[in-house]
Design a protein around this ligand. Structure first.
Ligand code: AMP
Length: 603
């Protein structure tokens, strides 16, 4: 049977090159667009999400249509960021590996312009560029676009979002009228419609999936937490996913730095990616992320655009984007090339409306998820360790020499004891860290102020919420615990409020007027020979100090308080105010944004 790419009209030497990259059959967008683009006679608008194989969808037809015996620019690909520019140029170079004399040049800011000018001078057929640097080179009269036959506008929505409209106009004015323009965009706001109308004649339109919808392989979840608990909730979600390989989106570069710094202090493998880094620093961060030396990449929208890293398991919206469209771009960093992924939003109770707006845009419902309890995290981590032990590759030849001594060391332990000890090495650490972990979920309708007061003081109305170091593992159900509390304290069961039984601990509410009696009664209490401990739950929070990370570099005490950090931002930072101009894309309030330059600076 013929290779399906051959059947679409792609020649053998290109098919051989993409086969080496593992492309066995075309993705849906490739299947639909390659035959249209190969004709070379249409303008084209492709509406597709990132990660669907867009680059090959336009790249393979370009390679077919270009005359590589000629040594002048015939195709120009414009894209919003340096990362995407490099990615596209690298992909095209790989696809063209077997085509003699094929030359692709990447032109982008933040790198030596002299090197790029030299490459152009040597002769090039395909130029992949970000608009700013392209204009610079055109201004120096260092490139001749008079024979350009194809212009590709990739991630057009994002280029407009970043304020490149004028630059694009200027660049395109140097290209011939009769060229064909191919536009790709993940979303189709009216601004993109307008440029399609302006630059194209009767374009062939292709929509993969429902317009504006996100990738079907992505599950969307949201967690409602109080502003002050945001960082702790975020860490708990991370700890609950021991194999997470994620991108965490923040709204500003300051926020990315703060979160990354806090995570590093708490022992996680994390770093930030934002517009203030030098090119060298950005490359270094990306290299570490791609190599998986980093588990969490904390990024702004603009810095993360075009990042094509496979196997990203989670996208976490630490802050929701200002523009709804950006949510699609963010979540598109996961579930690439047919894989699955999760996109998480950590929000406060007032942001539920934004979730509903995003649902309308992506055409998919979010699942309301609960921040895992400390017990849930411990259990998850325990079994992750167990699975790792089970699946570890044993290097027999290396370990052999130590086996007799190891056997000797463990001679006095039964198999069961030995298993318990291995499992406990890490489990104890998580248990200790999460032993008094409070419930971090906030309800949709709880007013923030009321929630905060409760968390701070442990009192709500007439009740005090107490922690007790007994739970389901001690055989307690809610009823049992109520009976035990009443027997021990002699208070009436009718005066006990909500009881929340967890694994190794529980919470219960007593009337404020009973709390002294409860504390006194439990002072010397024991359960099966173990001292029973009671604490006011609000005073026992410890998640903001240190972290139970996967890299086991935990520091105790003294770290920044997440409450201060996230609380300040939630309250509306200067950055946010600067961002809320007019013009441009929709934001959540339906307002328009104008001051793009200011916004770009801010990222
Ligand atoms: P893109 O949307 O072009 O950024 O592509 C997303 C990812 O899918 C990249 O890692 C590509 O290498 C990969 N990819 C694109 N087309 C195919 C294909 N036909 N088969 C397998 N992987 C592909």
């Amino acid at each position: 049977m013929n290779n399906p790419f051959i059947e679409l009209g792609i020649r053998h030497d290109i098919v051989n090159a993409i086969s080496e990259l593992g492309f066995e059959k075309p993705t849906p967008i490739q299947e639909a667009s390659i035959p249209v683009l190969l004709s070379g006679s249409n303008d084209f608008v492709g509406l597709a999400q990132t990660g669907t194989g867009k680059t090959a969808a336009f790249g393979l037809p370009l390679l077919e249509l270009i005359d590589f015996e000629e040594n002048h620019p015939q195709a120009l690909v414009l894209c919003p960021t340096r990362e995407l520019c490099l990615q596209i140029a690298s992909d095209l170079t790989k696809f063209a590996k077997n085509i003699p004399n094929a030359k692709v040049v990447a032109v982008y800011g933040g790198a030596s312009i002299m090197d790029q000018l030299r490459s152009i001078k040597r002769g090039v057929q395909i130029v992949v560029a970000t608009p700013g640097r392209m204009l610079d080179i055109i201004g120096r009269k260092a490139i001749d676009f008079s024979d350009i036959r194809y212009v590709v506008l990739d991630e057009a929505d994002e280029m407009l979002n970043m304020g490149f409209q004028d630059d694009i106009d200027e660049i395109l004015s140097t290209t011939p009228e009769e060229k064909k323009t191919w536009l790709f965009s993940a979303t189709m706001p009216s601004e993109v419609r307008r440029i399609a109308k302006k630059y194209m004649t009767d374009p062939h339109e292709l929509t993969m999936g429902k317009q504006n919808t996100g990738n079907a392989n992505i599950e969307h979840e949201y967690y409602i937490v109080r502003a002050r608990d945001k960082y702790a909730a975020f860490k708990r979600i991370v700890d609950f996913n021991p194999d997470i390989f994620g991108i965490v989106f923040c709204r500003t570069k300051i926020e990315t730095q703060e979160i990354a710094e806090a995570l590093i202090k708490d022992g996680y493998n994390a770093d930030s990616l934002h517009g203030d880094l030098s090119q060298q620093q950005r490359d270094k961060v990306m290299k570490r992320y791609r190599e998986r030396s980093l588990q969490l990449l904390i990024a702004t929208d603009v810095a993360a655009r075009g990042i094509d890293v496979n196997d990203v398991t989670h996208v976490i919206n630490y802050s929701l984007p200002d523009e709804i469209e950006n949510y699609t771009h963010r979540s598109g960093r996961t579930a690439r090339a047919g894989k699955t992924g999760v996109s998480i939003a950590i929000i406060n109770s007032k942001e539920v409306g934004k979730i509903r707006q995003i649902e309308r845009v992506i055409g998919k419902q979010f699942i309301k998820a609960e921040v895992p309890t400390g017990f849930d995290v411990c259990e998850k981590q325990l079994f992750s360790i167990i699975h790792k032990v089970h699946n570890v590759t044993v290097n027999d030849s290396q370990i052999e020499q130590y086996i007799p001594r190891i056997m000797d060391e463990f001679a006095d332990l039964s198999k069961e004891d030995l298993i318990k000890r291995f499992a406990s090495i890490e489990f104890n650490r998580f248990l200790e860290y999460y032993k008094n972990a409070p419930d971090l979920n906030a309800t949709e309708d709880r007013r923030d102020g009321a929630g905060d007061r409760f968390a701070r003081t442990g009192t709500r109305g007439d009740f005090t919420r107490l922690f007790i170091n007994l739970g389901s593992v001690d055989g307690f159900s809610r009823g049992d615990l109520l009976g035990y509390i009443c027997n021990t304290t002699k208070i009436s069961g009718r005066t006990v409020g909500k009881i929340d039984v967890k694994g190794v601990y529980s919470f219960f509410e007593v009337q404020n007027s009973d709390s002294d009696q409860v504390f006194n009664s439990f002072q010397n209490a024991e359960f099966k020979g173990r001292p029973v401990r009671i604490e006011i739950s609000g005073e026992t929070r410890n998640e903001t100090r240190g972290g139970a990370s996967n890299s086991y570099n935990r520091r105790e005490g003294g770290n920044r308080r997440d409450g201060d950090r996230s609380g300040r931002r939630e309250g509306g930072s200067g950055n946010r105010d600067r961002n809320s101009g007019g013009g441009g894309f929709r934001d959540f309030s339906g307002k328009r944004r104008e001051d793009r330059t200011e916004r770009r600076k801010n990222y």
